[in-house]
Design a binder for this molecule. Structure first.
Ligand code: M6R
Length: 365
């Protein structure tokens, strides 16, 4: 079942042009999006006081990546909840809320308990899952299947990118009644249609990521700095590295750098800085300069052609990626980090598909 691949994780990373195509199939129409599962509840969603995203792990990160464009296209405040934390706090949820539950398996215990809690509090509950017939799909009022195909590797890869695309389509559908953002929506739809091709292009960086993994094989720790659309990319990239390569890794909001993490910077600690083109680009350029000034060991991810302007020092390595619509860039940017985590794991001799102590679906609290 692994075909020409050595591991499921590797196969699932390389499947992403196809899984994304399947996720979008039949849903992108002439300058609009059709999501049958949400149709009957669209009015309630548009009138909700806020949208709350709820999930765990990678699914939470996918929601975090989608938050900026959902807020932008719908004008509804979006808040984020890790399912376990919502339950620990018994955070307030109201009838006027739309609670969006994101789960690849649809069976994660904390997410399902948070769903029961939100149902009890009268919120409209929307499910985004990869598993038809799962508890999440059955118990929510409405939802969207991500249709990424079965994911076997414990590390979630293709489900992550499909979840982001589903949430982009959801934002386009909810915001479709707003004339002021029509041109923006049309450009995102064009970007979505071309996304599988761009993913195919970035997958060609596989050999380069293997080389990078070789250079990092013995390091103790790895930091990933992102912001804006790619804050989630930093968290998710770091999660992949710690989960499968069993290497300490932290994703950080670059805007928080001076509030503590800067103290860690030296010539040995590798730091990946995500600095692809969007409205945060100049801020990330200044982060890079400040890290350079402290002799940081930098690996910069930038848009194709930007290497000379983002990387001035000799010690800097670059990962160039194709540029897409700013809000879809997280789909592209996570792929080199998935490849890096994969190669690091193989080189360090760990189990890729079944990492130590982890289960694909966390069905207990
Ligand atoms: O099935 P779910 O999406 O609800 O699972 C949530 C997390 O357990 C999951 O994403 C976990 O973080 C992954 N193994 C990460 O690769």
């Amino acid at each position: 079942k692994k075909g020409n691949y050595d591991h499921f994780m590797q196969k699932e990373i390389h499947e992403q042009p196809n899984s994304l195509t399947t996720t979008m199939r039949g849903r992108l129409k002439d300058n609009g999006v059709v999501l049958g599962g949400l149709k009957d509840h669209m009015k309630t969603i548009r009138h909700s006081r806020r949208i709350i995203f709820i999930g765990c792990g990678t699914s939470y990160h996918a929601a975090l990546a989608s938050r900026p464009f959902l807020e932008e296209l719908c004008g509804i405040p979006v808040t984020m909840e890790l399912a376990s934390d919502l339950l620990d706090r018994e955070g307030p949820i109201y009838r006027e809320d739309t609670a969006v539950f994101v789960s690849q398996s649809g069976e994660t215990a904390d997410t399902l308990l948070a769903l029961e809690y939100a149902l009890k509090n009268g919120a409209l509950c929307v499910g985004i899952t990869n598993t038809v017939g799962s508890t999440l799909a059955r118990k929510t009022h409405c939802g969207i299947h991500i249709n990424a195909g079965c994911e076997i590797g414990v590390a979630s890869t293709k489900a992550y990118t499909s979840q982001i695309v589903v949430m982009a389509m959801m934002a386009l559908a909810i915001g479709s009644d707003r004339l002021s953002t029509q041109a923006r929506r049309e450009s995102i739809i064009a970007g979505l249609s071309d996304l599988p091709n761009k993913v195919r292009e970035v997958l060609k960086r596989d050999g380069e990521m293997k080389d990078l993994a070789e250079s990092l094989i013995d390091t103790q720790s790895l930091l990933v700095f992102g912001r804006g659309y790619n804050y989630a990319t930093a968290l998710e990239g770091a999660l992949k590295v710690k989960e499968v390569a069993l290497m300490h890794s932290e994703g950080m909001l670059a805007g928080e750098m001076k509030h503590g993490p800067l103290a860690l910077v030296d010539e040995t600690l590798p730091i990946i800085v995500i600095a692809t083109r969007d409205t945060c680009f100049s801020k990330q350029q200044s982060v890079i300069q400040q890290l350079h000034a402290r002799k940081g060991r930098l690996i910069v991810m930038c848009s194709e052609g930007d290497a000379p302007s983002v990387c001035t020092g000799d010690s800097c390595r670059v990962i160039e990626v194709p540029q897409v619509a700013d809000c879809l860039q997280p789909v592209i940017n996570i792929i080199p980090l998935q490849l890096l985590a994969y190669h690091l794991t193989v080189l360090r001799g760990y189990d890729v598909d079944q990492p130590r102590n982890l289960a694909k679906s966390v069905t207990t609290q």
